[in-house]
Ligand binder design. Structure first.
Ligand code: ADP
Ligand code: MG
Ligand code: MG
Length: 213
């Protein structure tokens, strides 16, 4: 079961990396509105390094947790930039909570998502409303918890939570940044969604497609 799950994780990371490469220019343009324009490049580079590391350790027989830890470490090391460090820490924390000996349940995935949010906030210190990827991740985790409370299985819970993250990422357009590199040009960003929240919502929807087969 561990190796099936590891293979699913590798497929998910591959799909996310392909998606981020496709959207590299668009994410760069979003970041250029009030930031330094490198978000697309950073997400491409980070996710590309992550999938290479994931495939390497999975080929050596690693379980899902070890695959995600390796992917997270490479993402943080190679992306450069704030979002790369946060994605790396989040993937690593998510992986740490996945079981290596059985298929993850919706509860396991929720525990992983909560741990990812915690480490992103521990590292970045962003709160809800600061106009960062945290503004997509908190609604994702909250809706995930609500779905698990309703007895939803993994794919249904991720589906509900990913839809919520998408809506929340769109709503960041109304916010004024209070942290991160966009801070000096804060007013200019009003009307444009946060790049990190946008790419996170994209990635979560892609992960859902892989999970749903
Ligand atoms: P950089 O800002 O270093 O150029 P990127 O352009 O790759 O990094 O990423 C920018 C994104 O990172 C922002 O849109 C925001 O979502 C996210 N971000 C920046 N600072 C923080 C923070 N302290 N906590 C959470 N997310 C953050
Ligand atoms: Mg940037
Ligand atoms: Mg930068």
């Amino acid at each position: 079961a561990g190796q099936d799950t590891a293979a699913l994780v590798v497929r998910g990371l591959r799909a996310i990396s392909d998606l981020l490469h496709e959207h590299e220019d668009e994410l760069g343009r979003l970041d250029a509105v009030a930031g330094d324009g490198d978000h697309g490049r950073g997400m491409s580079r980070g996710s590309g390094a992550a999938i290479e590391a994931a495939e390497r350790v999975a080929a050596d027989g690693a379980g899902p947790a070890a695959v995600l830890v390796a992917a997270g470490d490479e993402w943080a090391a190679k992306a450069g930039g704030t979002s790369g460090a946060l994605w790396g820490a989040g993937l690593r924390s998510f992986g740490d909570l996945l079981p290596d000996d059985r298929e993850p349940t919706a509860e396991d995935l929720l525990a992983g998502a909560r741990a990812a949010l915690e480490s992103v906030q521990r590292l970045g210190r962003a709160e809800a409303g600061d106009k960062t990827l945290v503004d997509a991740l908190i609604p994702f985790v909250d809706e995930f918890a609500a779905a698990v409370g309703d007895g939803a299985g993994p794919a249904d819970a991720v589906g509900r939570a990913a839809r919520e993250a998408t809506a929340a990422a769109a709503r960041t357009a109304e916010l004024t940044p209070r942290t991160g590199r966009a801070r000096p040009l804060a007013e200019r960003s009003v009307g444009t969604p946060d790049p990190g929240a946008t790419s996170l919502a994209m990635a979560l929807n892609r992960a859902l497609e892989v999970l749903s087969g």
